[in-house]
Design a protein around this ligand. Sequence first.
Ligand SMILES: [Zn+2]
Length: 304
Amino acid sequence: MNRKFLSIVLTAPLALLAGHAHAALRVFACEPEWGALAQELGGNLVEVSVATSALQDPHQIQAKPSLIARARNADLVVCTGAELEIGWLPVLLQQSGNAKVQAGQPGNFAAADFVRKLDVPGQLDRSQGDVHAAGNPHIQTDPRNIAQVAVALAARLQQVDPAHAGEYAKAQADFSQRWQQAIGRWATQAAPLKGVPVVSQHKAFVYLYDWLGLKEVAVLEPKPGVEPSASHLQGVLSALKGTPARMVLYAAYQDPRPSEWLAKNANIAAVKIPFTVGGSDGAKDLFSLFDDTLARLLAAGAKP
Ligand SMILES: [Zn+2]
C-alpha cells in the first residue's frame, strides 16, 4: 500500500478526535515572546514552533537543517526584525525554499515594524557594532510595544487565514483588554523604580527603561555584542564613583560574569532579567514575564 495513503488513513481519525478537523496555521516564531503572542491570538487555530529559547542569544543562532525544515513548512514567520536576526534568518528563509514566508510577503511578519524604535543611529557606522543598526531591536521589554504588535499580528493572522478572521479578532480584543489591565497594574507596582540609575550589560533594555523611567548610566559591553574587557570593566567601575548606580542588569541568555564582577566591586545588585518567556522559572507566559521582571527589579533596586 502507498505509504502516504496509509499515513492519512491512520492520522485523520486522531486529528478529528482532537478537534482539528481543519489544518492549523503553522507559525514559525524566531523568539519565545512572539511564539507566546501568536499562541495568545491564535489559540487552537495555530500550531506554533519557536526557533530559539530564552537561554539562546537571539543575535547569534545557527541556521541548522532542523530549523530550515521548520521554516519550510511554515505558513507565517513571526520575528523581531530590526536586524536582530540578520545573522541567521535571511539564510534560513532562503534555504527553506518557502516562497510565502520570504521578506515582503504576507507570511513574513517583523514585529519591530509596528513600534517606535529607540537608539536609531544618526549615521550608519558598522564599526560601532553591527547588531543595532536599524535601531534597538529588543522591543519586547516594554509591554506597550507588545500591545501594538498584538494588533498588527492579529490583522496579519486574519490576512493569511481569512476563514478564521472573526476568531482572531475576538482573541485580539480579549488579549488587549487583559493586557491593558496588566499594564495599569505594572505601572503602579513599578512607581518606586522611576529615576533609579542602572548599568546594562548589553544595550538590551532601552525600552524597559523608557517605560519605567530607569536611567542607564553605563553599559558593560564596549560595543553591542562585544564582550567587555577587564580594562573596560575597570573604566565603568571608576565612572560609577562619580555617577553611582543601584544595580546592573543582564539578560537570561548572557554570561553573568561581567555583571557579577561589577556588582561585587561596586557593591550593587546584579539582576538577571528573564528577557523573554522561559528566561526564568517565573516567566511562564507574557503576563508572568513582566510580573517576574518587575519583582526582580523591585527586590534589587527600589528607592528606600
Ligand atoms: Zn542586542
